[in-house]
Design a protein around this ligand. Structure first.
Ligand code: FEO
Length: 403
């Protein structure tokens, strides 16, 4: 794989990871993911971010560098926008092969260089707005904490208008031989848009306030190219991905798309029968919905679907005096990921004794959802239950706020 020129002396170095491993050990990546680094060549050479020994990334990265005739030991500065090991796992190996390069990161990043990699020499903690003169190229560092960990910064090259923005504006999905937005057709863009939403919902959504803050902080910059650490490089239409992230960040605080994510699990079909009536009501109201079944559907996709929807239906029975366990996992993840601001309806059956409602109500309070009254029934739903469930489905669909 060859390095791709963004501008004179500025290159994207990328590795495609195609593996059955989970991203962060949690999130499935059936279509892979790219790990992007960047090379800036002035009189001195800076490498922005590394990779880890995963899916052949170090070999791919080196191949990219060699395509420019560059070896690790020629690099003068290693800029680490963020210390998560997908971008730094090879740091020890890098240091062995290049003992002289100065390593730049935020103070929190430098602390992590020491704790993760036990390196002490040649480290420099940047201050916000600090510049680095490479001779013919000047880089500026902006602290952007919590996009998506506390140590994050972004690096800016004013001469080309390129923002090396770390995990912000990223996406799942390997790239292949192409890296630039103008090299993908609209059908491919639609695929990466889905994957960028899933990436955002999985990785970034908890930090949406900080995304907002970072976008505002960087808004005075004349950004001509958005160069993230995962996903395509936006040189033709950088505003497209920035606007998309603005929209995603806004969904964390308020209404999202006018649609409903229906998340359900059923032990013996009684909850499913009740859910069918709710869905009839939603259909009658003409609102789009997407079904996610637990435990069959992976939480990564459920999070993305729920994040983009203004409305949620949570359908699950009582199990051992409490919530059906696979749904408890979903609700726990929603709480961890701060999935606030939803209009919701919870339904479900119970057999011997109830209990799910009590546990669910605690989640409701934590998640601050605007919820219709739950509908529960014993055993199989009666005709009266089904009529009520259909009405509740209509009510939910007709009362959805949207952005
Ligand atoms: Fe791609 Fe937060 O590391």
């Amino acid at each position: 794989m060859k390095a791709q020129a963004i501008a004179d002396g500025i290159y994207c170095i990328h590795a495609d990871i195609r593996t059955e491993d989970y991203f962060e050990g949690i999130w499935p990546i059936p279509h892979g993911v790219s790990i992007n680094s960047y090379l800036v060549i002035g009189e001195k050479i800076a490498l922005i971010d590394l990779c880890r020994d995963w899916g052949g990334a170090p070999q791919q990265m080196e191949e990219n560098l060699h395509s420019l005739g560059i070896q690790y030991n020629q690099i003068d500065y290693l800029i680490l926008n963020h210390l998560e090991p997908d971008h730094t796992g090879c740091l020890g190996e890098f240091r062995t092969r290049n003992p002289k390069a100065q390593i730049f990161a935020t103070q929190k990043g430098i602390d992590l260089v020491k704790s993760f990699y036990k390196l002490e020499e040649g480290l420099h903690a940047i201050s916000d707005g600090e510049t680095l003169d490479l001779g013919g190229k000047e880089l500026v560092f902006f602290e952007t904490p919590n996009v998506h960990w506390p140590d994050t910064m972004m690096t800016w090259d004013a001469s080309s208008g390129t923002l090396f923005c770390c995990d912000a504006f990223g996406s799942y999905g390997a790239l292949g031989d192409r890296v630039f937005d103008d090299e993908f057709n609209e059908e491919e863009h639609a695929f990466y848009e889905t994957e960028s939403l899933r990436y955002y919902a999985n990785i970034v959504s908890s930090f949406s306030t900080f995304v907002d803050r970072a976008v505002k902080k960087l808004s005075p910059l004349d950004i001509k190219c958005v160069a993230p650490s995962h996903g395509m490089v936006w040189r033709k239409d950088p505003a497209r991905i920035i606007q998309r992230y603005n929209t995603y960040a806004s969904w964390a605080k308020g209404p999202a798309e006018k649609e409903i994510a229906v998340i359900w699990g059923s032990m013996y079909g009684n909850t499913k029968t009740g859910l069918d009536a709710v869905i009839e009501g939603i259909k009658e109201a003409g609102i789009p919905y997407t079904l996610y079944r637990v435990p069959d559907d992976n939480i990564s996709y459920i999070l993305a679907g729920a994040y983009k929807s203004s409305g949620l239906v949570i359908a699950m029975p009582t199990y051992e005096y409490a919530i059906f366990p696979p749904m408890a996992h979903v609700l726990d993840m929603f709480k961890r990921k701060h999935l606030f601001g939803k209009r919701t309806l919870r339904i479900g059956s119970w057999g011997w004794v109830g209990g799910a409602k009590k546990e669910y109500d605690a989640y409701l309070e934590a998640l601050k959802w605007d919820s219709l009254e739950s509908v529960e029934w014993a055993g199989s739903p009666s005709e009266a239950d089904l009529a009520l469930l259909r009405t509740r489905g209509q009510e939910l669909a007709r009362s959805l706020p949207h952005a």
